[in-house]
Structure formats: C-alpha cells, structure tokens
Ligand binder design. Structure first.
Ligand SMILES: Nc1ncnc2c1ncn2[C@@H]1O[C@H](COP(=O)(O)OP(=O)(O)O)[C@@H](O)[C@H]1O
Ligand SMILES: Nc1ncnc2c1ncn2[C@H]1C[C@H](O)[C@@H](COP(=O)(O)OP(=O)(O)O)O1
Ligand SMILES: [Mg+2]
Length: 195
C-alpha cells in the first residue's frame, strides 16, 4: 500500500469501449476536481514517445487485446504518486480484468467505489465508428472494435460482478447510459455528491 494515498477517494470507471468513460470523466473533473488518469491515454503517450516499448504496446492495442498488467499498473501508480495533493482519483479504463483490480488494491490502495456504464454492444460499435472518423486512434476501426468488445466481454465483465459482490458497484443502467451525456452525468452526480 502507498501511505501517501491513504484516505484519498479512488473511483474506478468501468465500461466497454465507447461506453462514455472519457466523456463522463471530463465532466466529473470539471465539477468535482478529481485527478483523471486514463490507462488508455497513458499507453498512447508511451506509443507517441516512439520508444521500443511503445511500439510493442501499439501492436497489442491494434489487436484489441490487453497490455501486460505490470505495465499499466506501474504507469498508474507513478501518476498517482505524482499527484498526491489531489482530493481523489478517477481511474478510467482500469481494472479491465479482475486480477488488475486485486493487484491495484494490494499494492496501491483500495477503491472507494466503482462506476459502471452499461451500454449495448451495437451502440458502442456505432459510437466508436463515429469517433474513428476524427480520433485518429489506431484501434477505432471496425475490426479492432469487434476485438475490443470481445476482450471486454471475456475479461472485463467479471470485474463488474466482482465489485457488485463487494457492494462497491454504482451502475448506470442501460436506459440512462444510452441517453445524452448530460443525462448520464446527472445520474453520475448522485454518486459523487455522496462521496
Ligand atoms: N451519452 C452519450 N451519447 C452519445 N454519444 C456519446 C455518449 N457518451 C459518449 N459518446 C460518444 O461516444 C464516443 C465514445 O465516448 P468515450 O467517452 O470516448 O468512451 P470511452 O472512453 O468509454 O471509450 C465518443 O465519440 C463520445 O463523444
Ligand atoms: N487497464 C488496462 N489493461 C490492459 N490494457 C489496457 C488497459 N487500459 C487500456 N488498455 C489498452 C487496451 C485497450 O483496448 C486500449 C485502449 O484503451 P482505452 O483508451 O481505455 O479505450 P476506451 O476509452 O475506448 O475504452 O489500451
Ligand atoms: Mg476512453
């Protein structure tokens, strides 16, 4: 455990690709002032640095697979320790498998709550195809999108059940998660207002 992070609010943001994690995190930061750490953004920064490690990561991401747990955990841990003055942390896109959650909680700190955005597969596909028209992301193409959804079903769906059993899950149900970003945020605020 990292003593510097004791007592900090730590919220995991979980949902399939295109479920709206980044969109909601932007709003949460604006209203509540948490420190936003996106595992995908950290990995893309490593890719953009042009390092050899970055090239390996890029290949994994283009296949829609998960990068090694140790890589992403170390990146998140470093960023958190560089921001210990934050009142809380939004961990966006992590954990993507149950083991990631367990390793985070045993080596960094325990999660306060887990926000889950439940969006239908076809809705996520449509959103990502649209995002792909402007995102420039190597993984926003139909083939990789399908692979990422498959990874989500196999590896990440169990994360949702894991935290539900612990009573830590705050779920945005499908009827809300598929409505406008503002409507989703209104529901998200119910969680953050009581933290
Ligand atoms: N509630 C919503 N309704 C419609 N489109 C949305 C909604 N939330 C996000 N989007 C759009 O869907 C795409 C994926 O959202 P994003 O926040 O990047 O998701 P994630 O980080 O979970 O992949 C973006 O193009 C975003 O503008
Ligand atoms: N916690 C994690 N563990 C392993 N791989 C991860 C990861 N977070 C991100 N990645 C890799 C695999 C993902 O397909 C890719 C893009 O992640 P992302 O930017 O969080 O996607 P999105 O916001 O569309 O859900 O990066
Ligand atoms: Mg995102």
């Amino acid at each position: 455990m990292a003593a510097e992070l004791a007592g900090k609010k730590i919220i995991f943001i979980v949902g399939g690709p295109g479920s709206g994690k980044g969109t909601q995190c932007e709003r949460i930061v604006a209203k509540y002032g948490y420190c936003h750490l996106s595992s995908g953004d950290l990995l893309r920064a490593e890719v953009a640095s042009g390092s050899e490690r970055g090239q390996e990561l890029q290949e994994i991401m283009k296949r829609g697979e998960l990068v090694p747990l140790e890589t992403v955990l170390a990146m998140i841990r470093d960023k958190m320790l560089a921001n210990t003055d934050a009142k809380g942390f939004l961990i966006d896109g992590y954990p993507r498998e149950v083991d990631q959650g367990k390793q985070f909680e045993s080596s960094i700190a325990s999660a306060t709550s887990v926000l889950y955005l439940d969006v239908a597969t076809e809705t996520m596909v449509q959103r990502l195809i649209k995002r792909g028209q402007t995102s420039g992301r190597a993984d926003d193409n139909e083939e990789t999108i399908r692979a990422r959804l498959n990874t989500f079903e196999k590896a990440t769906a169990p994360v949702v059940d894991f935290y539900k059993q612990q009573g830590k899950l705050f779920e945005i149900e499908r009827s809300v998660a598929e409505s406008s970003p503002d409507d989703v945020f209104a529901k998200v605020c119910l969680l953050f207002d009581k933290l």
